[in-house]
Write a protein that binds this ligand. Structure first.
Ligand code: NAD
Length: 550
């Protein structure tokens, strides 16, 4: 599976060619963690429900007119409707369940009947760009920790984490980009090899002694290094506590949100599939008990002085269910480090070059540098540093793409510039412009993006739904509403959008509205919750909020 490259259309227009290429790109083996099972990342996050659904979606997109909209229900195409040229070409709803039924057990019952699928965030909404998609956010998170605790650098520190999957695989590079040493525990040796191959991880170790020796030596020399240790986090972290080894920073990015995607201690990796299929309920219990031991060790390391945080995988709630009652003693990464950025409408903005030509991404990188000169603000200085590092160190997976956190006002400027570049021929083909669902105004997720909101509105999901509606009304090319992404079934509702810059004046009008209103939802959401920084941003940048404090 590989998306077509170049300028020859296989659909009727770029507005339909784009979702087609991006769906295929999600399933490109360079991107997807298990492409044969249609799994892109995040445990069982799928692009579509079945191969039959895939074929039907591809056939629909090839034939879809510019005033028609394809409806996708949890990865299956269910209708084509006459709409308008301003309407999205694809509308997607994934994994949504009515509140009282929103449990993993009920979800799995329905999945086994072939009625739904788990869409994660960008898996089922066709805007996954590989591990790079989370790299900048992870880099920003570790930079915030460096600023708060270690004089602005992680040099001379050791971070311990686990999980080197599609998203977790960004952790070692994000730590070394901040100058630090990362010890990453992963049960699957193939994942370790994949991250080494893609330049995200430096070394592999097969024993804790070897891993610690490598890490300590690099830390003492203040040399960045990342080491992938083949092992189970539920065994390795308690062992660190037993040895009295206290890392500087501790987190985790195993697929803890889904207990069937977390390997319990004592279960050989080779028996994982067989054991979870044979007895899902027993496996879930064992996984939760292991997570209780894993989080118990994280809390012990916190008590001993380490900086400890939850990295958005719901491991605290699973550990609580597994019987560890101090699981919520450490915070999630959004309230701890990222919320001030959300107040400015910032988030994981991204784009991908449909040409397949890396030169197109290099040209957009240059355009972003010109639009936001480094001398103008410390934030732009950081943005330039990110683009420099990304240009040097990011290995593209699938279509060339770039993640680049931008805020309210900035995203629209960048998008309009890209559209001009397509029109003028500076770019060899159109680009798609989207974002992760993990954004400032598109998600309700009380264990992650909306944890500890100032006004206690953590579980209010109206914002995510308004986000999807406003993107639909503003001219996005495809819009999605998902449930359960990131943190698991019952714990989140979130929306995504992608808009296509095909160089036309109509695309410019849509881009201007979508890329203004989408981050505008982030500003509005945080004004409503009472964040003074969001109130300032709304005043300075002209975001209209009827009941904003004056
Ligand atoms: P993934 O399924 O691709 O990878 C998870 C990895 O964890 C796998 O490689 C698996 O082998 C490993 N693993 C499972 N049990 C283990 C154990 N006991 N010890 C060591 N390794 C173990 O998932 P992913 O895409 O990398 O996402 C990881 C988690 O992060 C998910 O819960 C996801 O929802 C969440 N997530 C976080 C963010 C964020 O911004 N922080 C964003 C997206 C997803």
């Amino acid at each position: 599976m590989r998306a077509p490259r170049g300028t020859e259309l296989t659909a009727r227009s770029w507005q339909t060619e784009a979702p087609l290429r991006m769906l295929m790109n999600n399933l490109d083996p360079e991107n997807a963690e298990r492409p044969d099972d249609l799994v892109v990342y995040g445990g069982t996050g799928r692009a579509v429900r079945s191969w039959e659904a895939y074929d039907a979606i591809v056939a629909c997109l090839r034939d879809l007119a510019d005033d028609e909209t394809l409806l996708v229900q949890s990865g299956k195409p269910v209708g084509v409707m006459r709409t308008s040229t301003w309407a999205p070409r694809v509308l997607i709803a994934n994994s949504n369940l009515v509140g009282d039924w929103a449990t993993w057990e009920e979800f799995r019952r329905l999945e086994d009947l072939g009625l739904t699928m788990y869409g994660q965030m960008t898996a089922g909404s066709w805007i996954y760009i590989g591990t790079q998609g989370i790299l900048q956010g992870t880099h920003l998170t570790f930079a915030a920790i460096a600023d708060a605790r270690f004089d602005g650098t992680l040099a001379g520190t050791i971070t311990v984490t686990a999980g080197l999957g599609g998203m977790g695989g960004a952790q070692p590079l994000a730590v070394t980009m901040n100058g630090g040493v990362a010890l990453c525990v992963e049960v699957d040796p193939a994942r370790i090899e994949r991250r080494i191959e893609h330049g995200y991880l430096d070394r592999r170790a097969d024993s804790l002694d070897d891993a610690l020796a490598l890490c300590v030596e690099a830390r003492d020399a203040r040399r960045p290094l990342s080491v992938g240790l083949v092992g189970n986090a539920a065994e390795v972290l308690p062992e660190l506590v037993a040895r009295g080894f206290v890392p500087d920073v501790v987190t985790d990015q195993t697929s803890a949100h889904d207990p069937l995607a977390y390997l319990p201690a004592g279960v050989p990796f080779a028996e994982w599939e067989e054991r979870r299929t044979a007895d899902p309920a027993g496996f879930t219990r064992a996984a939760r008990e292991s997570m209780a031991a894993h989080v118990g060790a994280m809390v012990a390391l916190m008590d001993a002085g380490a900086e400890v945080f939850d990295y958005g995988n719901s491991i605290r709630d699973e550990a609580l269910k597994g019987g560890f009652d101090r699981a919520f003693d450490f915070p999630g990464f959004v309230p701890a480090y990222l919320r001030p950025l959300f107040c400015e409408g910032m988030g994981p903005f991204r784009w991908a070059a449909l040409s397949g030509d890396p030169a197109d991404v290099a040209a957009t990188d240059r355009a972003v540098r010109e639009l936001f000169p480094r001398e103008e603000s410390p934030a732009y200085e950081r943005l330039h540093r990110w683009l420099d590092m990304a240009g040097e160190r990011v290995h593209f997976q699938g279509l060339p793409a770039r993640i680049c956190w931008l805020g309210y006002g900035e995203r629209a400027r960048a998008g309009l510039r890209f559209n001009e570049m397509v029109a003028s021929g500076e770019l060899s083909a159109p680009v798609v412009i989207g974002r992760d669902h993990l954004d400032c105004g598109s998600v309700a997720s009380p264990y992650r993006e909306t944890e500890s909101m100032l006004d206690g509105s953590d579980a209010i999901a109206d914002w995510a739904l308004l986000n999807a509606l406003v993107n639909t009304a503003s001219g996005a090319t495809w819009v999605s509403i998902h449930h359960g992404g990131g943190v698991g079934i019952g714990r989140s509702i979130h929306a995504g959008q992608v808009v296509v810059a095909d160089g036309t004046p109509l695309a410019a009008e849509k881009i201007e509205r979508v890329l203004t209103n989408d981050p505008g939802m982030g500003v509005v959401r945080h004004v409503d919750a009472g964040y003074s920084r969001a109130v300032e941003v709304a005043e300075q940048r002209g975001v209209r909020v009827p009941l904003a404090p004056v």
